[in-house]
Design a protein around this ligand. Sequence first.
Ligand code: DGY
Length: 328
Amino acid sequence: MAHVVVTRPLIENGLKELQDAHTVTVCDPPEGAARSEDELIKLASDADVLLTVLADPVTERVFEACPNLQMVAQYAVGIDNIDLDAAAAHNVVVTHTPGVLTDATADMAWALLLGAARHVTAADQYVRDGTFERWETTLLLGTELADKTLGIVGLGRIGAATARRGLGFGMDVVYHNRHRANPTVERQTNAEYVALDELLATSDVVSLHCPLNEDSHYLIDADALATMKDTAILVNTARGAVVDENALVEAIGDGTIAAAGLDVFEDEPDVHPGLIEQERAVLAPHLGSATTEARTKMAHMCVASITAVLEEHDDVPHRAVENGSQWK
Ligand code: DGY
C-alpha cells in the first residue's frame, strides 16, 4: 500500500478509488496564506505520492526532504509551483490536468470580461445598497463587444476556447503566442497572429492565457499597459505574476486602461489593496476551474495518473513535461 498525501480536501468522492486501494492522507488547508515549503515537507516527508494544488511550493528542497516520493500529481493544469528540473533529477514523475478545465476557465474569462464591460459588480452593489430609485439614461454605461477586437495572449486550449466565445459575440480575434498556432486552431478561432505590441495597441479586450515562467513574468508591465488603448479591458485568468500588479493599479487609476477582470493575483491569497479599492476592477478568488464538472474530472485525472504510477504502467497519462518555457 502506498501513502498518498493530498494537500487539500478535493471534491466529494473524487478520491474514492484511491482510498480503496491505498493509504490516503487528506490535509486541511493551512490557515491564512499559502502553504510554505516547510509545512509541505512536514506533510509529505514519508509520502510516495503527493497530490498538490497550485499554492504548494514543490521545490528542490521538498524533493530532497521526501526520499520516498515517486510522483507529484498536480490538481491543476498550471505547474509553475513545481520545479520540474528538480523533479526530473530526483526521478519523480509529475502529472497535471490539462483539457478538462478549458471550458470552465474560458467561461470565467468571459464572466470577468462581461462583468468589467457592463459594470456588473457595481450594478449589483447599486441595487443592494437601495440606490435604485428610477431608470436613468446614463446610469453605469458600459461598452459593447460586437465589432471590437479581442486580443488573446497565449492561444493554447483555454485561449482558443476564449477566442471561440469571442466569435459568438461578434468580435474580431487577434492572438500572440510563442509559436504560431496550427492552421486548424487559427481557422476555428478565426484568429490572426500578430506581434505582442500590435495586439496590445489594437485590442479592446486583452485576455491572458499564457503559462507563468521566466519569459512571461511581468509580461504586462507599465510599458505594455501604456501600449494598450485607454478604453481597453485587461482580463487575467492565467497567473497573477504575468501582470505587474503595481503597474496595473496605476494604469486603471490614471485611466491608462479602462478596467480589468482578474481571477488571479501576484501574491495569492493576498490581493493588492489598490485593486480592492478600484471599482473598475472585477475580482474573483481564482475560480477558473471551479465548476463541479471540471473539478470532478480533475480528480479523476489525478487518480488515473497516480494509479498508473503505483501499478507501474508503461504509460503514465497526463505527464507534465514542460512549463511552456520561452513562450515569447
Ligand atoms: C489551473 O488549473 O492551473 C488553474 O489555475 C486552477 O484552477
